[in-house]
Design a protein around this ligand. Structure first.
Ligand code: NAD
Ligand code: TDX
Length: 339
């Protein structure tokens, strides 16, 4: 199989590229990535000279470059996106450009070149928040942030391309993912790396928001199942079955690092902060998928990875990252001083 992976230099995409190369001796993978602040070729250093792997730098919204790559591929898996909710609140434009216009460009090129299967990696955030129970794939979309609204926009276009043109597209809606190579703006790597440096852990609101944590390799195996066995035009939820409040996650990280709870700094809440995410994965389980990683063990090995791979994340916490960090957290730290 010749697979085009878009956004493969990010967190989940790079884990997916490594996972697929390790599992399929005959696969050929082209990784097409713009290398935004979140894209990092260090994520794939160990496989960069693998003859079955090739990297091409470019934007998914650039039809002239991505078109010929899609034409040569048997299937496309898209990870490329602007992905951080807080950044989408500061600056929504880039999210609409990549998560909607970029997806449109992939779909249009796939239609023109009569592509094989297209898998769009989306998110459980498109449903919005749920107090009790779990969302199923047919439930109504109610996104809360510019990030999740852009992802929902890309999804709806994809479903329209399936209905109108018969484009064989599948959509996955994964829950919060954690593991090695995650950019240290997301809560788990942010809190691990801050704690290692004895910096405050900025916990939003009352810390009781719930996320369902999915280990990155379980997310990869779910996407693999949908790539091979997903029905065109269908949506598949992916959840880890590990619902935890943010304060529970924070305590677990501090305990694993033997750091004091006094590092926790309650800061003002994220606007429109979804209280709880939960998805029903029965449809994916019927495709033969099940998550394999117990959460506490997965968190422990993630913490260990960040302790042992400081070469990877220390250089990321500089330049643009520090500008963003100041913009995002300075006011919050200021307003909660002494709490
Ligand atoms: P990430 O931010 O770590 O990586 C995104 C990658 O996309 C980067 O390599 C970046 O350079 C690339 N990219 C961004 N804009 C691009 C463009 N216009 N053209 C080409 N490449 C571009 O993201 P991630 O956490 O690995 O998420 C991957 C996908 O999974 C996203 O679509 C995201 O919405 C989805 N998702 C993520 C999570 C999560 O918890 N991280 C959960 C569910 C779904
Ligand atoms: O500094 C922080 N403090 C804090 O309390 C940050 C960055 C987050 N949080 C809270 C907000 C959320 O309740 O932690 C929880 C997780 O936050 P993020 O890591 O920003 O993830 P989330 O907003 O839930 O979105 C993630 O999961 C779904 C990914 O970023 C998305 O790309 C994915 O689609």
């Amino acid at each position: 199989m010749r697979l085009l992976v878009t956004g493969g230099a990010g967190f989940i995409g790079s884990n997916f590229v490594r996972y697929m190369l390790g599992k399929y001796p005959d696969i050929e993978i082209v990784n097409y990535d713009k290398l935004t602040y979140a894209g990092n070729l260090d994520n794939l250093r160990d496989i960069e000279s693998n003859p079955q792997y090739r990297f091409v730098q470019g934007d998914i919204a650039d039809a002239a470059v991505i078109g010929p790559l899609i034409a040569k591929a048997d299937a496309v898996v898209n990870f490329a996106a602007e992905t951080h909710v807080d950044r989408s609140i500061h600056d929504p434009g880039g999210f609409i450009q990549t998560d909607v216009v970029g997806i449109y460009t992939i779909l249009e090129s796939a239609r023109e070149h009569k592509a094989g299967k297209v898998v769009l990696v989306s998110t459980d955030e498109v449903y919005g928040s749920i107090e009790d129970g779990s969302f199923r794939e047919q439930d109504r979309l109610d996104p809360s942030s510019p990030y999740s609204a852009s992802k929902a926009g890309g999804e709806l276009l994809a479903l329209a391309y399936y209905k109108t043109f018969g484009l064989p597209v599948c959509i996955t809606r994964g829950s919060n993912t954690y593991g090695p190579y995650q950019y240290p703006e997301k809560v788990i790597p942010l809190f691990i790396t801050n704690a290692l440096d004895n910096l405050p852990l900025p916990l939003y609101g009352d810390g009781l928001n719930v996320r369902d944590w999915l280990f990155v390799l379980d997310h990869c195996s779910a996407i693999e199942a949908v790539l091979h066995r997903g029905n065109p035009g269908e949506i598949y939820n992916i959840g880890g079955g590990n619902e935890r409040t943010n304060i529970e996650i924070t305590h677990a990280i501090l305990d694993m690092l033997e750091k004091p709870r006094s590092l926790i700094r309650p800061v003002q809440d994220r606007p429109a902060h979804d209280r709880r995410y939960s998805v029903d994965c029965e449809k994916l389980v019927k495709l033969g998928w099940a998550p394999a990683q117990p959460f506490e063990e997965g968190l422990r090995l993630t913490v260990k990875w960040y302790v042992e791979n400081q070469w990877w994340w220390r250089k990321l916490k500089s330049g643009e990252y520090l500008d963003y960090y100041k913009k995002q957290y300075a006011r919050g730290f200021e307003s909660t001083k002494g709490r």
